[in-house]
Design a protein around this ligand. Sequence first.
Ligand code: HEC
Length: 138
Amino acid sequence: MNIKPLTLFILLCVCFLTYSFSIYLQPIFTKQDISIDIHKAINGRLVWQKYNCQSCHQLYGLGGYLGPDLTNIYSKKGKGEPLIRAFIYTGNVVMPSYGHMPENEINELVEFLKQADKSGSVDYNTFNISYTGMIEQK
Ligand code: HEC
């Protein structure tokens, strides 16, 4: 079969546009989680930055390594919201106490960690790579 260069070029353009279009459509068809107050979570991200939690903790494996990764702390068995609040209030030998943090900032921070937890898992054993190259949860 003899494909002309122009035909091949047009074919590749169509493939490129179709793929790009499908990628950009994905967020529209992805269901929003109504259990998360997204504005609170966005403010929580700013609180996370303000108090520099990232200097000791990782999110999605990135950050400081003095403390543990907090991506899935919200849903981890035996941890969750009460433990997050307790650590923020009291800290421990290595972690500073943030007892002076205003209540609304603590609530926003907790919402941010809840949202981070729902966004995915840092445990690569639970990853599946689909035929399109996207990483999905098993
Ligand atoms: C100076 C470094 C440091 C900073 C800054 C820091 N932490 Fe920590 N954090 C630690 C260490 C170390 C631990 C582990 C303590 C332990 O298990 O003994 C920890 C533990 C935690 C835990 C419990 C984790 C678990 O798996 O038990 C939470 C939740 C937490 N930190 C939240 C935060 C938040 C939120 C901030 C920002 C407001 C923050 N930390 C800032 C060092 C830090």
